[in-house]
Design a protein around this ligand. Sequence first.
Ligand SMILES: Nc1ncnc2c1ncn2[C@@H]1O[C@H](COP(=O)(O)OP(=O)(O)OP(=O)(O)O)[C@@H](O)[C@H]1O
Length: 343
Amino acid sequence: MPRTRKLLCRNVWKIYGPQAAAFLARTPDPDDAALREAGLIGAVRAADVDIREGEIFVIMGLSGSGKSTLVRCLSRLVEPTGGEIQFDGEDLLAMTEAQLTQLRRRKIGMVFQNFALLPHLTVLQNVAFPLDVQGVDRRTREARAHEMIEIVGLKGREAYFPRQLSGGQQQRVGIARSLVGEPEIWFLDEPFSALDPLIRREMQDEFMRLQGLLKKTIVFITHDFDEAIRLADRIAVMKDGRIVQTATPEELVLNPATDYVAEFTKHIPRGKVLTLRAVMAPLGRGPYAGDLDAAVRVADAADRIEAANLPFRVIEDGAPIGSIGAAAVVDVLIGRPRVPAAE
Ligand SMILES: Nc1ncnc2c1ncn2[C@@H]1O[C@H](COP(=O)(O)OP(=O)(O)OP(=O)(O)O)[C@@H](O)[C@H]1O
């Protein structure tokens, strides 16, 4: 996993209601009762987030858990009531309005659930719009917009208006527009929630393909745990304004921190989440059918492993670290607990 830190939050709070800042100064870690008594809403409570360059960081939680508020705090679209936020090592909360505007224009791309396209502009004009605001000349911005439209698969529809496009196509325009300024960090707030399930899956695949090309740092909000599992390098699970656990999908499934997290992970097919590293046996004497990467998910390697007569070596950083055979794969797929033996 990439290590350079992109965005750091320490003890971030967003409390809505009268004199929230003074209240937080007096009561540094208010519980439910203290907030209720003061007539305040703790939308984000003591959030710690550490987002690394190039990762897909998903914030997952049910409606009202504080996801949107937290993400808006990260770009100061919402002013945090307390805490510390660093963007590329710079103190976000100390920035002036002008610095923030520059930061949002040049470094941040955003996509929302409701597409938020400008209805009277064509696809080309919508995608080029952020560059227009930045004062980029027409030739350059249209050339960039054409490039992005092609990347999201809408070539040929440049002259259409949003109303002439399907929901999935409109969201592709939103995605192209959010990327046209070449942001360093990409915030997506429930971008696919308004789409029907089939199109939604297609857009998730498309999103992963784009990320393979662009390798952005991504903060992705969803209330759908399946979506989180499919897309995330790491997931922060929120409940009542608090982050209850931040972990890889695999860690969440193997070691849920609370019953609440366990409830989400319960129905997730293990093979889709567990990697070969998590289920492999010690290295034996061989012979082996071949090598497989330790980070591959069991479900993705299952066909190959089951079709072979011999086990595979599991490789990490070029070195063999274990072995995996068909029996172990079947155990994971049917959810049978097992102590792995060397193969
Ligand atoms: N401007 C506001 N004034 C008062 N309370 C607010 C405001 N914005 C959000 N809240 C409250 O903060 C809490 C968190 O809201 P938020 O929108 O961040 O949740 P969410 O997890 O993004 O929900 P959803 O998935 O429904 O968008 C909710 O209880 C909400 O009612």
